[in-house]
Design a protein around this ligand. Structure first.
Ligand SMILES: Cc1ncc(C[n+]2csc(CCOP(=O)(O)OP(=O)(O)O)c2C)c(N)n1
Ligand SMILES: [Mg+2]
Length: 607
């Protein structure tokens, strides 16, 4: 007499108790608990099918035997096309309604043509893909199942959409036949993603599959936006038609370095010639054009101010650099903007946060004509690629001799500001470390070639104000301003620049939203250095409540010991309460060969 166990629900069929032999049960007999067929049962003592314990200390994983060579599926054709277009990083979570697509991705990963990073929350996948796009200018893919997996992507997709980042969202979908009446995990994904995706299509059995993938990526890259492909379950494993082969981007992408119209150049040259104190204001849109921008600045001796999103695009030590303007800016930048009689604004917008004055004569250069004079009229709107425009302006103005030498004034302003920063760094109310002290130490220890991802909150404003950048790239959730971005963004940055040091700066509130992703960093050996400002509250909101003359309410946080949490996840964790320990602790985390967290107990008032 034996027992038979249902692999689906673990129901036990005991021949002795049931007084029936297993072999005598009819073939259409089903499990009385879950309705699984007879074939879903195994004899007790037989090992679980297809399951073997992994030899590593990671949890057991299902080992699927290599299937016999099968014809290419629709998913194979589309994923190969995706890789031909240069999309080789996929962040996401595999599951029931994307298994066919995931299998096509797995095959490419096994051949070394792509990398898949399995995250703990799809929101992190979308943030990581967005950060990857911000850093590299190229799209990554975010993969999710239908229903909840897909809806979890939305915040990160909005981040990419608002900051004009190319990104490919790949979502499963339930079977086409049951779409409509409200099946399990049915969400109208085309509708749910409509506002965030510049391009969205459902993949149907008769679609031109390679062409769909090509158009999704052409749109994402050229429009710097989110593209979305919806894969109903049963389409994913369909055999591709004989004449379907993967597509490539050859001949599909024009060069984008368009020059501005002659008149716009002449008007700009005229304004620059007549100005006495012109300044350059550099936005995030100029991040890939900095060589040309700096050549123009140096030849015309223009002070260079950046927006917060563009922090680090010019090192603070450069003799023309004035730092960031706006809420998290330096008095150096504010001084030069206030005194300027002409603003030359490159790839920046005039949102409230950028803090660029709207009252000054302004030349604005952007690759997108809609951004020119979007919020208010400007003196000369120049439609052109920024590097091409700077090169033309420089050559037109090569004989122009500016009357004003800003260097001594810039140096004097920086000296005043550095003295003030040192004073703030010494402040101690016995309630935690000051942000100025932390970011002064971080400026001393962060490698010049690091990528720094930041979150949102007072921690981020303080970083903008106090950290002195060298050649680091700074990545943030700009227009969406979503807390929680910083840590998943570091995962995306690592995937985009695995050989550069990666640093994440977050608050305790922001990190709390994606703490689980620390295990992702450990699993994939991402040596992310995380600077966590633990002020035990949603500090920025406390300030906002006070400023609005409301009682401070619901902003305190009940925190774990984050450094111990990091250790528990398998990373290094150091907690610092004494500013004198900051330098040693930073040294330790940067030397450590793996993910490490420096938890700094900060004073919420010293920001
Ligand atoms: C997803 C999301 N939820 C809420 C907010 C509003 N918000 C902005 S800053 C902030 C507080 C962040 O707290 P913390 O990370 O601890 O940073 P701190 O201000 O304390 O440095 C909140 C809740 C937001 N920007 N994004
Ligand atoms: Mg906080």
């Amino acid at each position: 007499m034996s027992k038979y166990i249902c692999d689906i629900c673990s129901f036990e069929f005991d021949e002795e108790k049931e007084n029936t032999a297993w072999a005598d049960l009819p073939n259409d007999w089903v499990c009385p608990v879950c309705g699984a067929p007879k074939t879903a049962f195994r004899k007790q003592d037989e090992p679980l099918r297809q399951q073997a314990l992994s030899t590593q200390d990671s949890p057991p994983e299902i080992q699927i035997k290599e299937p016999p060579a099968t014809p290419k599926t629709v998913s194979d054709v589309m994923v190969e096309t995706m890789i031909n277009w240069g999309v080789t990083r996929v962040f996401g979570m595999v599951g029931h309604s994307n298994l066919g697509l995931a299998e096509a991705i797995r095959k490419q990963c096994d051949m070394g043509k792509a990398d898949f990073i399995g995250i703990r929350h799809e929101g992190a996948a979308a943030f990581a893909a967005s950060a990857y796009g911000k850093l590299t200018g190229k799209p990554a893919a975010a993969l999710a199942i239908a229903g909840p997996g897909a809806t979890n992507l939305l915040t990160g997709l909005w981040d990419a959409h608002l900051d004009r980042v190319p990104l490919l969202a790949l979502t499963g979908q339930i079977d086409i036949q049951v779409l409509g009446p409200g099946a399990f995990q049915e969400v109208n994904l085309a509708e749910a993603f409509h506002a965030v995706a510049g391009w969205s299509q459902t993949v149907l059995p008769e679609s031109r599959h390679a062409e769909l993938m090509s158009l999704a990526l052409k749109s994402a890259i050229l429009n710097r936006n989110v593209s979305h492909l919806i894969f109903p379950n049963q389409v994913q494993d369909l055999a591709a038609a004989n004449d379907e082969s993967p597509d490539t981007p050859d001949g599909r992408l024009p060069l984008m370095d368009i020059s501005p119209a002659k008149n716009a150049v002449l008007q700009s040259v005229d304004l620059i010639r007549r100005a006495e104190r012109p300044v350059l204001i550099v936005g995030y849109g100029a991040r890939r054009c900095m060589d040309s921008v700096l050549r123009l600045a140096e030849s015309l001796r223009l002070p260079v101010i950046t927006t917060f999103k563009a922090k680090g695009q010019i090192p603070d030590a450069h003799p023309l650099a004035c730092g960031v303007v706006g809420l998290s800016g330096t008095p150096v930048a504010a001084h030069f903007m206030n005194k300027a009689d002409l603003l030359i604004v490159l790839g920046a917008t005039f949102s409230k946060h950028t803090g660029i004055l709207k009252t000054k004569p302004t030349i604005q250069v952007d690759f997108d004509p809609m951004m020119l004079g979007k919020f208010h009229p400007v003196s000369v709107p120049v439609w052109g690629e920024i590097a091409a425009t700077c090169d033309i302006l420089q050559s037109e103005l090569q004989h122009h001799r500016p009357t004003f030498d800003p260097n001594p004034e810039i140096a004097a302003q920086w000296q005043k500001w550095r003295e003030e920063k040192q004073r703030r760094a010494r402040e101690d109310r016995g309630n935690g470390i000051s942000s100025a002290a932390l970011f002064a130490a971080m400026s001393r220890h962060t490698p010049d070639n690091a990528v720094i991802t930041v979150d949102v909150g007072n921690n981020t404003y303080s970083f903008g104000r106090y950290f002195e950048s060298q050649a680091q790239s700074v990545i943030m959730s700009g227009y969406l301003g979503s807390i929680g971005f910083g840590y998943p963004a570091a995962i995306g940055a690592w995937a985009g620049a695995p050989h550069r040091p990666i640093v994440a700066v977050t608050g305790d509130g922001g990190f709390g939203q994606y703490m689980g992703e620390l295990t992702t960093a450990v699993k994939y050996h991402m040596p992310i250095k995380h600077i966590l400002l633990n002020n035990r509250e949603l500090g920025k909101i406390t300030k906002e409540q006070r400023a609005a003359h409301k009682p401070v309410w619901s902003t305190s946080l009940h925190n774990p010991d984050f450094s111990k949490f990091a250790e528990n996840c398998g990373a290094m964790g150091i907690r610092v309460t004494d500013p004198a320990r900051l330098d040693d602790a930073l040294r330790e985390i940067f030397i450590h060969d793996g993910p490490a967290m420096l938890e700094v107990m900060t004073d919420p008032e010293l920001i």
